[in-house]
Ligand binder design. Structure first.
Ligand code: FAD
Length: 678
């Protein structure tokens, strides 16, 4: 009965023309559908309505994503709405579509928007055009409204930022103003409180309940419906056609010829940059903070930009993953093809199991309840299945037994099954369920004016043993950077496969390369060197300020006058973590460095305390038109600094709190108050 009703409601939802047969392949496909008998023909259009019709979809899940989280949640939602409610779903990168004909969005179809807010309440790069368009849309037909649009929005944000979830809220409001009908509640996730995944699950349940009660859909026991196919191929892994970690065809061809891939270097075509210098800038401690310099020839950057570093997974976590999933022949060549052309797959193939796990999947991240719920049916024993299902369905138990113990997926699976492998999990499920491995961003700590062909970063190595956990947790990228530093300094290190695809990432005895690209940022020095600057940076938050200070130093050496600058720097101990201490004295004519070392005295001192202590000087500079920059921890430091500045301005200028807040708001709108926080 369920199936029949489900079929009727689903058939009722589906409209649209026949499938178009002869369209060229989409850019990311790598001929991914070739040879797959089950695949639909590919349709190349930037009109979402036309695409949905061509593929007989009734639900489109758009994402505005910067770091990949919104994309991952959108993809999981599309799969859930399909397997639980029988909707015909597709995911869609907002950047891949134009919205001029969106007023033709068919009745009884659904558009979902999973929208991250970024920086100071800005849209993500891939959502910028859509966001601008809906402010004042000009539809091709001359219509001004979206009367048939059924929509729902989930915003991803961080409550540490002033403009929390601005984009999700704006899109929800604007689509409503344009006449769209909101389906279910607007949802919001908060990364600042660490509840994003749970917030998303709660919203998703409410959306599903609405679709059942108001749209008459039937709910099914979810079953995995693959949108990609993985087949083992009779090709040697050494064949020059097999991708071994090369991100695209240009890299593969360069690998074959043992040359560097050609510029321009972008997010889809990263550079393989030589490490020119690497050292630990913490002194005499077991913690490490790596200053690393990359050869930036052919990479364009401007002081204040970010460097994206493409990490790989560590050998120990890859081995654990293979054990958990029972992968015995990691070097077996596989081909990945699309069954559903609307799904987005970024892994080029043919490739190997090892390559996918090493280069493409975020295997080390904390495991989420939804991932555990979807893998539970594949447990190797009834006991393990019951345990996994119970943990996945109980939010409190999951928090106690899984989250607080910092399990990643493989560690959790092996824990649940008493080390038995879960070898019936299909590999297409693995690729579709584990989030894609993302580049990590670093504030560039070098000045492009001083040296446009070198980019440096300052990265603190993430490694700790949380109190409830029986193991150390390590960051993926920073431990990869540490392994590179060790090789560069002549130490042996086998924690990461540094040689990379076909040995392209190492050379000579100690030479090593990193896969990188530059992301432009709005965090910038004022054009005039005489404008005063106040910089507040805790820990590696000092990185862009090193770049700013060195840039002004170069300007000074060229005869330009430099306005006064104050650097408020905080860390744990002066003796070990005073980053770049030896560099500051040369700028003493115009630079004042104020430090806050939280563990050097009985009472903890942070940058905001020192800011308050220097209240008068800070206010004087602000009255002279100073820029105010904050960089580092978003969760606490940036908020505390903001509150402190309100107090300083109120006190020194004898104003009310509200008046001081207005001054800071104006500073922000004129780009005089800038944050680079994470
Ligand atoms: P990840 O693997 O991403 O892990 C993140 C954290 O989770 C780590 O603390 C890790 O120990 C912990 N963890 C790992 N596994 C688990 C688990 N199973 N359960 C629970 N916890 C776990 N950082 C800098 O050092 N310097 C900079 O200049 C800098 N600039 C930045 C600029 C921007 C714009 C942004 C967005 C970020 C910046 N960062 C900077 C942060 C940086 O991008 C990385 O987030 C950081 O280096 C950690 O990356 P990772 O891959 O080592 O850790």
């Amino acid at each position: 009965v369920v199936l029949v009703i489900g079929y009727i409601s689903y058939k009722y939802l589906v409209t649209g023309p026949d499938i178009v047969n002869d369209a060229p392949p989409p850019p990311m496909s790598n001929s991914a559908t070739a040879g797959n008998k089950n695949a639909m023909p590919e349709v190349n259009t930037r009109d979402p309505v036309e695409k949905m019709a061509a593929y007989k979809k009734n639900t489109i899940v758009f994402f505005g994503s910067q770091t990949g989280t919104a994309e991952d949640l959108a993809s999981k939602l599309a799969k859930d709405l399909s397997s639980r409610l029988g909707l015909k779903t597709m995911t869609a990168d907002l950047d891949d579509y134009d919205f001029n004909d969106f007023d033709k969005f068919p009745e009884k179809h659904l558009a979902v928007f999973v929208m991250a807010s970024y920086g100071e309440g800005d849209p993500t790069d891939n959502a910028q055009e859509f966001y601008d368009f809906i402010k004042d849309p000009e539809f091709e037909s001359g219509a001004t409204e979206l009367p048939d649009l059924n929509f729902t929005v989930f915003g991803l944000g961080n409550s540490s930022y002033e403009f929390f979830n601005k984009i999700g809220r704006d899109v929800h409001r604007r689509l409503g103003e344009l006449g769209g009908k909101a389906v279910g509640p607007y949802g919001e996730g908060d990364d600042g409180t660490g509840t994003l995944e749970e917030d998303f699950m709660t919203w998703k349940e409410e959306l599903c309940a609405t679709l059942v009660s108001e749209w008459g859909l039937e709910e099914h026991e979810p079953v995995y419906e693959p949108t990609i196919d993985v087949t083992e191929e009779e090709i040697a892994p050494t064949s020059s056609d097999v991708y071994l970690g090369e991100p695209n065809l240009k890299h593969l061809l360069a690998s074959k010829q043992k040359v560097m891939p050609p510029a321009p270097y972008t997010q889809s075509n990263p550079a393989l940059a030589k490490v020119l210098a690497a050292r630990n800038v913490f002194k005499g401690t077991d913690r490490q903070c790596i200053h690393m310099e990359f050869d930036a020839t052919n990479l364009k950057y401007v002081t204040g930009d970010h460097l994206a570093f493409w990490p790989i997974n560590s050998n120990v976590e890859i081995d654990r993953f293979f054990r958990a999933f029972g992968i015995k022949e990691p070097n077996q060549v596989i081909k990945i093809s699309l069954i559903d052309c609307t799904s987005i797959i970024r892994v080029p193939s043919p490739t190997t199991y090892d390559t996918v796990v090493r280069h493409w999947l975020e295997i080390n991240a904390p495991v989420s309840r939804s991932v555990l719920a979807s893998v539970a049916p594949y447990a190797p024993s009834p006991e393990a299945k019951a345990k996994a299902t119970k943990l996945a369905s109980d939010k409190v138990l999951f928090a106690e037994e899984v989250t607080s113990k910092c399990y990643n997926i493989a560690r959790l699976m092996l824990h649940i099954s008493d080390n038995q492998p879960w070898d019936s999990v299909p590999f297409n499920f693995v690729i579709e369920t584990i989030a894609p491995l993302q580049p990590r961003y670093y504030s560039i700590s070098s000045s492009s004016l001083e040296d446009p062909s070198t980019i440096s970063i300052t990265a603190v190595v993430e490694s700790s043993k949380p109190k409830n956990s029986d193991h150390e947790v390590k960051g993926v990228a920073t431990n990869h950077i540490l392994a590179m530093e060790r090789r560069f300094s002549g130490h042996s290190d086998d924690s990461y496969e540094l040689a990379g695809p076909r040995g392209q990432m190492t050379y000579d005895e100690h030479g090593v390369r990193g896969m990188i690209h530059v992301r432009h940022s709005l965090f910038k020095l004022p054009a005039k060197s005489t404008v005063p600057i106040i910089m507040v940076g805790a820990g590696t938050g000092v990185a862009p300020f090193r770049a700013f200070i060195r840039e002004r130093g170069v300007m000074q050496s060229k005869g330009r006058e430099c306005g006064p600058a104050m650097l408020f720097f905080g860390n744990r101990n002066r003796a070990t973590d005073f980053l770049y201490e030896e560099e500051w004295p040369q700028y003493k004519d115009w630079l004042t460095v104020v430090t806050a070392f939280s563990r050097d005295c009985a009472e903890k001192v942070y940058v905001q305390h020192m800011l308050e202590k220097h209240s008068k000087e800070v206010n004087d500079l602000i009255m002279k038109g100073s820029m105010f920059y904050v960089c580092g921890d978003a969760t606490k430091m940036a908020r505390d600094v903001h509150k402190t500045l309100i107090r300083i301005i109120a006190k020194e200028q004898n104003l009310s709190r509200e008046q001081a807040e207005t001054i800071i708001r104006k500073m922000r709108s004129r780009d005089k108050y800038q944050e680079d926080v994470w």
